[in-house]
Structure formats: C-alpha cells, structure tokens
Write a protein that binds this ligand. Structure first.
Ligand SMILES: [Zn+2]
Length: 243
C-alpha cells in the first residue's frame, strides 16, 4: 500500500515529480492525480500550485522519472488502467461500436427523467437529468470502468462535489476514446477495470456530493469527455447520447 502520509509530505515539499505520476498514458496521469488527491486530502489545484514546474503547460513525459517515487515508497498509484494519448489503444482493444447518438443509449429509463440543466449553461460541463432517487443508471455504451469515486458523505467541494461517481472509458471502432461520467449517485454497482455493456445498470441515482434544488435535487449529472478524461475536453452529452 502506498504511504499516503509520506506522499503528502513529498507533495507539500513540491517534489511531486517523483511522486507516482505515470505519464505513460496522458489520459491517465490526471486520473492518478485525482487518486493522489483523494488519498492525501490535498486538492488537485493545491497539488498543481505546489508543483508548477510539473503541472505547467509543458507537462514532461518521462516514464522513468515519474514512476520513481512510487517504487521508492513501496506504494502504488492506483489502478492499472488503459488510457488514450501518445500510446493510443491497440487495435485489439478497440470496441465494435460507433460512439454516437444513434448507437449510444440513454443512461436512464425513458419517462423517468427530465433535463433540468443543459450543458454549457453557466459553465456547466454536463447535462443534468432530474429523476427520482434510486433510478437505474445505465452505461451509455460498452466500455471499461475507469474511475469509481466513493463519496465521503460530507465533502461537497473539489472532486467530492461529484459525490458517488463513475467514469467509463469507451474505445470505439476507430480507436477514438471517449469517457462517460455519471455523478451524484446514491449507490455504485461496478468496480474499476470491470467491463460493462451498453445498457448495463452501473449505479442508482441520488443526490450525493454538491447538489442543490428542490425536493432533494436528485439528478444524474452526465458528462462526455473526448480524448482523455481530465486531459481531453468535454463535449455536449446531448450530441452523443439520446435523451
Ligand atoms: Zn450538473
């Protein structure tokens, strides 16, 4: 197990260059920072602020340097997840689907929801789908569970603002990689690395994390990322997922 107290100390000294960052996959290094953030209690922004040389515009790419501390500390840096980027997925990892609105599936049963906030309004990075607590949340397409975040039940800032959250990686039939993100769930039903199929139930909706609104504000916050989760860019879910 990683010695998170030690890693936190290293981070605070600004030596994150030697701390469990694995830039082999640009799509996954940020994920690792999220993992570090959750385990050390330092926010991602704080980690970046403490280590401007590492997290500046020119993020260096050096496997050996960046994995050194992980080995030295006897720790790990989270799941060995495949990612996109300079090492694009090999053909054997490609799915047999097209990731688009005609092939993807709505993450909630029809008739169970209404769109309460669109993508882009007020800087909103996803689409909010208001639905009763405990509604089935389903994978929008075949994929691999990339991130599972368990809410601590208290924190409503930083990553925890998403509450109980799942991110699924979808590599389409051209090797292009997308990620779908499902936030504010009441229960999570999959594990990192698990293969899921389109329409498979992955969670129950809820209002965990930073949620407001009348009647408890129960809703699914759905995001779609193109390229890399955290390193790619968000796209409008309504252009990719029927709803
Ligand atoms: Zn939202």
């Amino acid at each position: 197990m990683a010695d998170w107290g030690y890693i936190r100390k290293v981070l605070e000294q600004g030596n994150v260059a030697y701390c469990s960052i694995k830039p082999r996959y640009p799509g996954s290094w940020y994920e690792d920072v999220l993992n570090i953030s959750q385990n050390t209690g330092l926010t991602v922004d704080r980690i970046k602020e403490l280590n401007p040389d590492v997290f500046g515009a020119a993020f260096p790419q050096n496997d050996r340097e960046y994995t050194l501390l992980v080995l030295n500390s006897g720790g790990d840096s989270g799941g060995e997840v495949p990612g996109p980027g300079t090492n694009p997925p090999e053909e054997g990892e490609w799915g047999n689907f097209v990731f688009d609105i005609s092939n993807n599936q709505c993450p909630l049963p029809s008739g169970s929801y209404y769109i309460s906030q669109h993508y882009g309004s007020g800087g909103h990075g996803g689409t909010d789908m208001a639905c009763p607590n405990g509604t089935s949340v389903m994978a929008v397409q075949d994929g691999t569970v990339y991130t599972v975040q368990n809410w601590d039940g208290v924190t409503t800032s930083g990553n925890m603002s998403w509450g109980n959250m799942i991110v699924i990686q979808h590599i389409d039939n051209t090797g292009a990689t997308y990620y779908s993100l499902y936030a504010h769930n009441s229960a999570l039903q999959v594990a990192v690395g698990q293969q899921v199929t389109k329409g498979e139930q992955i969670a129950l909706s809820g209002n965990s994390g930073n949620v407001s609104g009348s009647g408890g504000g129960y809703h699914l916050h759905l995001e779609v990322w193109s390229g890399g989760y955290g390193t790619g860019y968000r796209v409008n879910p309504e252009n990719y997922v029927p709803m």
